[in-house]
Design a protein. Structure first.
Length: 222
């Protein structure tokens, strides 16, 4: 696979590059792209935060592919059938359904807590244990998913931003670039296949993702 940019052409089995670096991928076969949100990492994020493009060796690319497939196909230890759930069985689906209905407007933690029948402080603790993410990070991911699905239907950036709860198309673009390193506008002309129309790609495995949201907490998630 070749990666073109200001550095010229880099031919390697895989590449790592930080967000915001203009580039073009040249490949004769389908490629797999893995986006890492460094705001959610608690371990060493140096691989993703270095300012220059890095080439992966064949061994590194194969190892990364194997780790990714294991993560996608195999539940980690401590899956729900191995230990008690930290919630009533119907609470998590109810919160997800409430979020899907509330995304177009500012989402307040207090309102989500009320929908779950919990106090604000109890809800924040419960939500992180259930999803592995902070409430703010989870809502941001839901918004980005809805924006991508909306763009896949041929909608404009403004329409996608409105339906996903962003202030405007500029807000959507900034968040998209900060998360994925690429602008969302080209997606309107791309062939996008959305395999899940409701839930985020985070399985319900309590404690499965050891992540930390380093952004400031607030009542409304934008």
């Amino acid at each position: 696979m070749k990666l073109e940019g200001a550095w010229g052409t880099l031919d390697a089995p895989g590449h790592v590059l930080p967000a915001g670096v203009p580039h073009r991928i040249l490949a004769a076969q389908p490629v797999r792209m893995l986006f890492v949100d460094t705001n959610l990492l608690t371990g060493d994020a140096s691989l993703c935060s270095k300012p220059h493009v890095r080439a992966l060796t064949a061994t590194q690319a194969t190892a990364l592919e194997g780790e990714l497939m294991d993560w996608l196909e195999k539940p980690p230890s401590g899956a729900p059938d191995e230990r008690p759930l930290p919630m009533e069985s119907g609470r998590w689906p109810a919160v997800l359904e409430w979020l899907e209905q509330a995304l177009e407007a500012p989402v307040r933690v207090e309102d989500a807590a009320a929908a779950a029948g919990l106090s604000r402080s109890h809800f924040m603790h419960w939500f992180r244990e259930a999803s592995g993410l902070s409430f703010r990070a989870f809502v941001r991911w839901l918004r980005l998913q809805r924006a991508v699905r909306t763009l896949a239907t041929g909608a404009t950036l403004t329409e996608a931003a409105h339906l996903a709860g962003f202030a405007d198309s500029a807000h959507l673009s900034r968040t998209f670039v900060a998360t994925f390193g690429v602008p969302p506008a080209p997606l309107r002309s791309a062939h996008i296949v959305c395999t899940d129309t409701v839930r985020p790609p985070i399985s319900y495995w309590p404690g499965a993702l050891d992540v930390k949201d380093r952004s400031q907490q607030g009542d409304a998630v934008g």
